[in-house]
Each structure stands twice: as C-alpha cells, then as structure tokens.
Write a protein that binds this ligand. Structure first.
Ligand code: MBD
Ligand code: FE
Length: 285
C-alpha cells in the first residue's frame, strides 16, 4: 500500500485510496454485529430526514442526478473516509466522549496508521535531515483523573509536515515521517521534538473539493498534532492539538477544534524554535 502510494502524485484519488485501504485494515470492535432493530431505526430516520429535505426544498431531477453522480465519484476517488471524518465524525466523537472527566478528545481523521516506530520518553520524531518548519518541543505528563502519574503511558503522535502532507498518504515522504509511539517515563512524562505542522487543505481535485467549491466553503483545517494516549486500566483518548493564532482555528472545515485543545507555544528554552507543555488526564476504564 505505502510503496504504491508514494510512487503516485499528490492527488485526491491517491490519498483517498490510501485512506480507504488503511480503514479496511483496521478492525473497529462491534462494526459487524449491529442488530436488525438498531439498523432499522437509524436508517429509517436518516432516510426520512432526507425525504423531508427533498420536500421542503423541492429537489429537482437535475439536482437528484447531480447528487447521484457526486456520490458515485466519492467512491471512485476513495474519498468516503475523508468525507465522513470531515463532516460527520465530530458528532460521533461528541457522543462517544460526553461522559469523560479527563482530557478532551476530538476526531481521529483519515490519516492514522497504527504501530508507528517505538520511541523513548525523550524523543525526536522520524524526520528528513532537512525537514522544513519551525522546531517544536511538545512536552507534558500523563496522569489518571485522580492525579496518579501513569508511568509508561503510550503517546502516539502523527502530524502533517510543513507543506501540510502526511506520510503514507502523500508521495515522496519517507514512511513514518513525523509519526511515532512515545513511551512516557516512570513519572508519566514525555518530551517530543518535532517541527510545527502546517495547516491542512482538503484535496481540491477530488469529490470533497468539488463539494467545497460548489457550496462556496473553504477547504482548510488549522494546523494540528494528532494524538492517541493510553495506559493500562484507562480509556484511550484520541485527540488533536491546535495553535493559538492560526487563522483557521475558528473555522475548521472538520468542526473539530475545542478551546481546551489550543496550544500557545513560547520560545524554546534551548534557544531554537518553540516549546509547549500539555498534560493528558486519562479516565479510568
Ligand atoms: C486531516 O488531517 C484531518 O485531521 C481530518 C480530520 C480530515 C482531513 C485531514
Ligand atoms: Fe489531520
């Protein structure tokens, strides 16, 4: 999968195909065993919401055909993962995490790859020798909701490069670039040296890009770090962290920003780049 994609150009279809393949290879618990009544309820309500919109807005056959050809193209482009994660996942996440007391979560998005290289508590993410972007030291501590430090917690991190591209989903990036699985030390602390990611623009040449243009929206997500933080006996949190001052922080196309998730890095103590501290609090479970 990875090799094929890195040989292709940075098209919506190439990153869509990689995201579709990545999703197929992951097993979400319970995905296959929904019961008949639940499916009946959900699908009936979804369809009746659509029927209602058609009636209220007098949908024409021309519009119906435009919808049909667009839906076909989403599949051809492999952009279902992108479409769903940008426009629906934020509400799924809201419902899934409404009972948490610890750190806020947000959407996973289409570009997570499990099993990124294992790194020590004080680590530099895999990156090119000439990796562009402001150096960023992201450090903090993982504790339980009762304040107990979580020794050896796993901090999985992945983010876009200075051009807004993710390794494994864009051409000519080394595998695992800017991805890692950091193990916190025996006081739950971690120090991750990386570079500041750039804002992410949804591919404009695919079906999601066509929708955005047709609706007169913009295609941007604010720059962000993606994280999954976990420890034994605790609920894994999937989250993202954003940056104060980013022009898209207030109008993320994926509606995934929360005020608690905005970082404000200062100058690095080392004298090079910036640094910021963010602590994760995990719910028990
Ligand atoms: C991303 O990088 C992302 O995080 C989401 C949710 C959707 C598209 C691209
Ligand atoms: Fe992202």
């Amino acid at each position: 999968m990875t090799d094929t994609v890195t040989e292709q150009s940075a098209t919506a279809a190439a990153s869509g195909a990689a995201a579709t393949e990545q999703f197929r290879s992951k097993q979400r618990a319970g995905a296959a065993d929904a019961d008949t009544r639940r499916v009946d309820t959900l699908v009936t309500e979804l369809l009746s919401a659509a029927h209602d919109i058609i009636r209220r807005h007098h949908l024409s056959y021309a519009e119906y055909d435009a919808l049909k050809s667009w839906l076909i193209k989403v599949g051809e482009d492999g952009e279902w993962p992108l479409f769903l994660d940008v426009w629906l996942e934020h509400v799924v996440e809201e419902v899934a995490n409404e009972d948490r007391e610890g750190s806020k979560g947000t959407i996973e998005g289409p570009y997570y790859v499990p099993d990124a290289p294992a790194l020590p508590a004080d680590a530099t993410l895999p990156m090119r020798a000439d990796e562009a972007g402001t150096p960023l030291l992201f450090q903090g501590r993982v504790t339980s909701v009762d304040g107990t430090p979580l020794a050896g917690a796993a901090v999985e991190i992945w983010h876009a490069d200075d051009d807004g591209y993710y390794s494994q989903f864009a051409p000519s990036l080394p595998e695992w670039n800017l991805r890692g699985t950091v193990t916190a030390d025996d006081t739950g602390r971690f120090r991750i040296h990386t570079v500041q990611p750039a804002p992410y623009q949804i591919p404009t040449d695919g079906s999601c890009g066509r929708l955005i243009a047709a609706a007169g929206w913009h295609a941007w997500r604010p720059a962000h770090l993606h994280l999954k933080v976990s420890a034994p006996g605790h609920r894994l949190i999937t989250t993202q962290l954003y940056f104060q001052g980013d022009e898209h922080v207030a109008d993320d196309i994926a509606s995934a920003v929360k005020p608690e998730l905005i970082l404000d890095p200062g100058p690095a103590v080392s004298g090079t780049g910036r640094e910021v501290t963010y602590d994760f609090v995990l719910d028990k479970g």
